[in-house]
Ligand binder design. Structure first.
Ligand code: ZN
Length: 447
């Protein structure tokens, strides 16, 4: 089957070989994934004075605001968080606290069985000079302590202190370098943090928050129901029924076999679709019945099993708005850590003379076409961008009163749009500002 492919010309916004780099994307850390299984490296790098810890509590990142400065992810030193980490060794723990696992036990590779969940996020390498970690020196995983001693850059870990007594957390924060320097240290809602932290921090936050959330909400083995623990420095879950000291079961947990991909962190794909009229003059926006008042955005939906992204674009347009996709074009993807999505942005083309209907799946309260002028007026309106107090527009939670209040004022925008640093906001702005053009078919037939 051939789909019409519309030629969507993109003019001059590519910032790298990858094209557009979204907020939450372009992560600044070298993840050093091959070292996640090396206890010698991990336990040595924890002790490096350069290492920094990003803390979470109930999914909220710890932000630090210096007395005269802007908020950023708090970066605590290892000596600041030592009272919270639990017993050493910190990775490749064995049954009893304080014991190091034998090196040849794969179930215990960089495992944490004692202490709060911690994840090795990677290394921020210095911008100039020699590479921080020449892979040839590390691929053998030998002399890890010596490697760490030579390491250039800043290693990052996350630590989830949700289950640590708050008095201990408070004491650690007050005693930390940031605390002593007078910074305000506060756990802040993740979406509110979106309007506060910069691009660098958004990349650290997006990987850390998704892993923290995954560990916090997946406590039991999907194969047999036993409790799980983390290994691979937080990047994998193991089933406790397979630990060396666990009683042998009659029927071993299915995760002992090759197919155990459900023990790895998940990322759920969602398509975000900005539908453009054939003459490129209008876009179709919808509002979910649970969204804040007068809030409109691009249509969206989860990719279902057995679907390509393109299939989802077609299905969602039809289910949500009764619109037939005449063509589509991929734009970019954005990791979305609330909790574990990757947003795939598409432009679709549809005929605005066809009726719009929202009665099929009843997910939308309204869907309608807006002209470029209307969208530009909303973008220009000082109050239109919702990023300042990022609403939970993707979670079905009603926003508080301020939006309604703004809508009542005389100068309220025609509608409120998604945050400019979310995929839908980028798709809308790029189209409205003429950075994309969907007026020509790829096969040469002008519409
Ligand atoms: Zn199991």
């Amino acid at each position: 089957m051939m789909r019409s492919l519309y030629k969507i010309q993109v003019r001059g916004y590519a910032t790298s070989a990858k094209g557009h780099t979204h907020y939450f994307a372009g992560g600044p850390l070298n993840r050093l994934a091959w070292l996640r299984t090396s206890p010698a490296f991990l336990n040595a790098v924890v002790r490096s004075p350069e290492t920094r810890w990003v803390l979470f509590s109930d999914g909220k990142p710890l932000l630090a605001t210096p007395p005269a400065g802007t908020a950023a992810l708090a970066r605590l030193e290892t000596r600041d968080v030592l009272p919270l980490l639990g017993p050493e060794p910190f990775f490749s723990q064995a049954q009893r606290p304080g014991e190091l696992a034998p090196p040849d036990t794969k179930e215990l590779q960089a495992a944490r069985l004692h202490g709060p969940p911690a994840v090795f996020l990677g290394l921020h390498e210095p911008a100039e000079g020699a590479p921080a970690l020449p892979s040839s020196e590390l691929s053998g995983r030998e002399n890890a302590e010596a490697v760490v001693a030579r390491l250039r850059g800043t290693p990052y870990f996350s630590l989830d202190v949700t289950d640590v007594p708050s008095a201990n957390v408070d004491a650690a924060l007050q005693g930390s370098q940031s605390g002593r320097d007078g910074a305000k240290l506060e756990f802040v809602d993740g979406r509110a943090a979106m309007s506060l932290i910069n691009q660098f921090d958004s990349g650290v936050f997006s990987v850390a928050r998704t892993l923290v959330d995954w560990t916090a909400r997946n406590k039991f083995c999907a194969g047999c129901g036993s409790p799980v623990y983390t290994l691979w420095a937080g990047w994998k879950h193991g089933c406790t029924s397979l630990l060396p000291w666990a009683p042998k079961a009659d029927k071993p947990c299915p995760t002992s076999k090759a197919l155990n991909n459900y023990m790895h962190p998940r990322t759920d794909p969602v398509v975000i679709i900005l539908t453009v009229s054939r003459d490129n003059s209008k876009v179709l926006l919808g509002r979910n019945r649970n969204w804040p008042k007068n809030f409109y955005s691009a249509l969206a939906g989860f990719v279902e099993p057995g679907e390509s992204h393109e299939d989802t674009v077609e299905r969602e347009l039809w289910e949500e708005a009764g619109v037939k996709a005449l063509g589509m074009k991929y734009h970019s993807t954005q990791p979305w850590p609330f909790p574990a999505n990757v947003m795939a942005g598409y432009y679709a083309v549809a005929d605005p003379s066809e009726p719009v209907r929202t009665d099929l799946d009843n997910e939308l309260e309204d869907a309608r076409w807006f002209t470029r002028e209307e969208v530009l007026s909303v973008l220009a309106h000082a109050d239109s961008a919702s990023a300042k107090q990022a609403p939970k527009w993707d979670s079905g939670v009603e926003e508080a009163a301020p939006a309604e209040e703004a809508a009542r004022t005389q100068n309220a925008p025609l509608f409120k749009g998604p945050p400019p640093n979310a995929m839908a906001g980028v798709l809308i702005a790029h189209w409205a500002q003429g950075k994309v053009d969907v007026s020509a078919r790829q096969d040469g037939d002008l519409v």
